[in-house]
Design a protein around this ligand. Structure first.
Ligand SMILES: Cc1ncc(COP(=O)(O)O)c(C=O)c1O
Length: 388
């Protein structure tokens, strides 16, 4: 295999239309800075995806495309093999990205002025999905103790009384929790009790560190599945975010119809064939590649953790169970977020995502994307040490 498992290779990404690389000047005021912000990976996609996309590109007609049996079967098999979740073809829909899917779900299942629960600190487009659609944001803040995050169930129960929808990040970006089956069951049962629709963003579901296990929310029980919209994608898993292709899985026929008829009405239920091709190839052949990827990511996490412990004990890596995003607690440095940011950008030359963009509880934290060759992580650590 030519590309697979070449996680050590440093790839030049400048001038490829990459947000992470080509918009550094715009976002950070300088471009000679190591980009560790946007959540895509600096690794090559696996060769079986690239080969499939090239093969399709070589066909001379790029006409309208329908989802075929291979597409559905690859999604069904992947969910079964990787997540022990049995799904049916008639539950699956195409979505042109997970963030669009969150917005579609809000439009389909609530109206202006309705309450939507989010669990900050959380991926910031959750906030805009609520606010820009004129819904009321109900914050069920995560509990942070001993560098570890848990759910405040009492508060969730209170918020659920006033809500139509819960936007769940599972596994959670940025805090890296891979919620356990017990935690998800409690969340799900609260939502069932209060008739709150769960929009479960499971885009990071394949990025699970060795020793942990992802549980799809909708796999827990029929009553929970009955009010859950699952959003998943190959974009994080195989580094194909630029193809803007994702799936929704909805077993409740009424919710399926309400969600997918909105996409039909907006003419966005058919994506592009490069996206389908990459998804089908990844889900059909990608198991071993993802296992190797997660071993590599685990190595990067371990390196970062031991470096911080020995060289920078005031900066803590919160306990990571999933994703390739390190959530770093700088609060013990005693520095303001402004000062941390200035040090990172102008002294260290590191582009991280500042914690405050993830909402309540984010201040004093920084999110560092470690899906990069180990040499880059080592370089970034040395740069951090010089400044903090
Ligand atoms: C939790 C979460 N949801 C959605 C997305 C983006 O999804 P998409 O690019 O498919 O819109 C990200 C990207 O970082 C994410 O972390």
């Amino acid at each position: 295999m030519k590309n697979s498992y070449s996680f050590d290779t440093i790839i030049k990404r400048e001038n490829t239309g990459s947000i992470k690389y080509d918009l550094r000047k715009e976002y950070f005021g300088k471009s000679d800075i190591i980009p560790m912000w946007v959540a895509d990976m600096d690794f090559a996609i696996p060769d079986f995806i690239q080969d499939a996309v090239i093969k399709r590109a070589q066909h001379p007609v790029y006409g309208y495309t329908a989802l075929d049996e291979n597409f559905y079967n690859s999604v069904i098999d992947w969910m079964d093999k990787r997540h022990n979740w049995k799904i049916k073809k008639e539950w699956i829909g195409f979505t042109p990205g997970v963030v669009p899917a969150l917005n579609f779900a809000i439009l389909a299942f609530s109206k202006e002025g309705d309450g939507v629960i989010v669990q900050p600190p959380v991926y910031f487009p959750f906030f805009s999905a609520v606010k820009d659609n004129n819904r009321i944001m109900l914050e069920n803040k995560l509990i942070y103790k001993d560098h570890y995050y848990t759910i405040d169930y009492n508060d969730l129960e209170e918020k659920a009384k006033k809500a139509k929808i819960l936007l769940l990040s599972s596994p959670h970006n940025p805090v890296g929790r891979c919620w356990t089956k017990e935690e998800l069951t409690k969340i799900g049962e609260i939502c069932v009790r209060h008739n709150v629709i769960i929009v479960s963003d499971e885009i990071h579901h394949d990025l699970i560190l060795p020793g942990y296990k992802h549980t799809p929310m909708a796999a827990i029980s029929e009553s929970i599945a009955n009010q859950t919209i699952t959003c998943a994608a190959p974009s994080k898993t195989f580094n194909v975010a630029g193809l803007a292709s994702s799936v929704s899985v909805i077993s409740n026929p009424d919710l399926y119809k309400r969600f997918n008829s909105l996409l039909d009405r907006l003419h966005v239920s058919r994506g592009n064939f490069f996206g389908y091709t990459a998804l089908t190839a990844g889900y059909s052949k990608g198991g071993d590649w993802v296992d190797e990827l997660m071993k590599y990511i685990e190595g990067n996490f371990k390196y970062l953790e031991s470096f911080l412990n020995s060289e920078l004990p005031d900066i803590h890596l919160t306990k990571e169970e999933s994703t390739f995003l390190a959530w770093l607690d700088f609060t013990e440095t005693g520095l303001t977020e402004k000062k941390i940011k200035e040090n990172l950008i102008f002294e260290a030359g590191l582009a991280f995502s500042p914690g405050s963009i993830f909402g309540a509880g984010g201040k004093g934290f920084q999110r560092m994307n470690i899906a990069a060759p180990k040499k880059i992580i080592e370089k970034a650590c040395e740069k951090l040490k010089k400044v903090f």
